[in-house]
Design a protein around this ligand. Structure first.
Ligand SMILES: [Zn+2]
Ligand SMILES: [Zn+2]
Length: 341
C-alpha cells in the first residue's frame, strides 16, 4: 500500500510500504476514509515546529474497519473515529481518563507524528492503519454523520471540546472567551463547542477575519483581538481558552478571567520560557490548565454533540482535497483541510 511520508519542511513522498496485519485478538486494521490536517501539521510541514523526518504523516481520521481480531469489538465495514494517540484503555492512566499518556506505550505515542523507527505507528494518509486495543480505541461513527465533517474529531475537535465542555457541565450557562490564533482550528472548535454546550455568552477574539467568520458560523460572537488596545477583554469571563500561542495572548487571557475562572491554554507555546502574570492569576483564583488533549476520553461527548446537531465542525473546513494533492496542500495557510482518498 501507499503511505505519505514527511521528509523535511516542504518535502513529502509517497512510499510503498507493507500492508499492516493483525497481531493480536484485540487488533483491527482500518482504511482511512477522511483525514484532516491537524493545526500542528501545518507547522511541521513548514518547519515552524522542527520534527526530524522521515515518518508516516497524518493523524486525524475517520476510517472503515477492513479486518478485525475476534476481541477487537468492531467488525469489517464499520466506520470509526481513530484517536490520534495510542492507548490501551486498561492501565491506570487510561482509567483516569489520561489516554494521551497511556502506560502501555512510550510517551507521545501518536499516529503520523514520527518519534523514531520503533515508535512510528504509521500515518492516516495511507491505505491502512494498524490499531492495537481496537476494542477501546475505536469509537463508532454515529449514523448519519459525514466522515469528512468529523475527520478532525481524532484530535483538534476533541481539543476544543476539552477546554469548554467539562467546564460548562460544572458551570452551566457560564460565559466563555476564546482567543484564537496559532492553534487555528482548535480555537474555532472551542468556540463552537461552547455554543453547543450551552454557554451563556461566547466571545471569540482573533485578528484573522477568516477565522472570525468561521467562529461566527458556529454561533459565537466574533471580534478582532486588538491586543494593543488593552491588557484584558472589556469584561471578565468564567471560562477562557487561549489558542493564540503568544505570551501576550496568554497574559491577556489570564487578565480576562473572572474570579475562580478556568483558563485552558491549548496552543503549544514554542518559546522555552513564557512570562506569565502569575500574581494576578493567584489573586483571581484562576485554574490554569495546559496539557495535550486526552482525545480518546473526550470522543464520545464530542461525537454525541455533533450527532445531535448542536455542533457543525464542517463550518471550520475551508478545503477538501484528494490524498494525491496532500503533499502540495499541506502548507495551505487556511484553518482546516480534509483529505479524501
Ligand atoms: Zn494533532
Ligand atoms: Zn492505557
Amino acid at each position: 500500500m501507499q503511505a505519505l511520508y514527511f521528509l523535511k519542511p516542504g518535502q513529502f513522498e509517497w512510499r510503498e510500504v507493507a500492508m499492516p496485519r493483525l497481531a493480536a485478538d484485540t487488533d483491527a486494521i482500518v482504511r482511512p476514509l477522511a483525514v484532516a490536517r491537524c493545526d500542528l501539521d501545518l507547522y511541521i510541514a513548514t518547519g515552524v515546529v522542527p520534527l526530524p523526518g522521515p515518518f508516516a504523516f497524518g493523524h486525524e481520521s475517520v476510517a472503515e474497519v477492513i479486518d478485525a481480531g475476534p476481541a477487537a469489538g468492531v467488525v469489517p465495514g464499520q466506520r470509526v473515529v481513530v484517536p490520534f494517540q495510542l492507548s490501551c484503555g486498561r492501565c491506570d492512566a487510561c482509567r483516569r481518563g489520561h489516554t494521551g499518556s497511556c502506560d502501555a506505550f512510550p510517551p507521545l505515542a501518536n499516529y503520523g507524528l514520527g518519534g523514531g523507527p520503533r515508535t512510528d505507528y504509521g500515518g492516516a494518509l495511507s491505505g491502512a492503519m494498524h490499531v492495537r486495543f481496537a476494542d477501546h480505541m475505536l469509537v463508532p461513527l454515529p449514523d448519519g454523520v459525514d466522515p469528512v465533517a468529523v475527520a478532525s474529531a481524532s484530535d483538534n475537535i476533541a481539543d476544543g471540546w476539552r477546554a469548554v465542555g467539562p467546564q460548562l457541565a460544572e458551570r452551566p450557562g457560564a460565559s466563555v472567551l476564546v482567543i484564537g490564533g496559532l492553534a487555528q482550528s482548535v480555537g474555532i472548535y472551542a468556540a463552537g463547542c461552547a455554543v453547543a454546550a450551552g454557554a451563556g455568552r461566547v466571545l471569540y477574539l482573533d485578528d484573522d477575519e477568516g477565522r472570525r467568520a468561521r467562529a461566527a458560523a458556529l454561533g459565537a460572537e466574533a471580534a478582532p483581538l486588538g491586543l494593543r488596545d488593552g491588557r484584558r477583554a472589556s469584561e471578565l469571563f468564567d471560562i477562557v481558552v487561549e489558542a493564540a500561542g503568544t505570551a501576550e495572548a496568554l497574559a491577556f487571557a489570564i487578565r480576562s478571567a473572572g474570579r475562580n475562572g478556568v483558563l485552558t491554554s491549548v496552543a503549544i507555546h514554542l518559546s522555552p520560557l513564557t512570562p506569565v502574570p502569575l500574581t494576578e492569576a493567584y489573586y483571581r483564583g484562576l485554574t490554569l490548565v495546559t496539557a495535550r488533549v486526552d482525545s480518546r476520553a473526550h470522543l464520545p461527548a464530542v461525537l454525541g454533540c455533533i450527532a445531535c446537531g448542536k455542533l457543525h465542525p464542517e463550518h471550520v473546513t475551508h478545503r477538501v482535497a484528494g490524498f494525491a494533492d496532500a503533499a502540495d496542500a499541506m502548507a495551505d495557510p487556511g484553518p482546516k483541510i480534509v483529505f479524501v482518498p
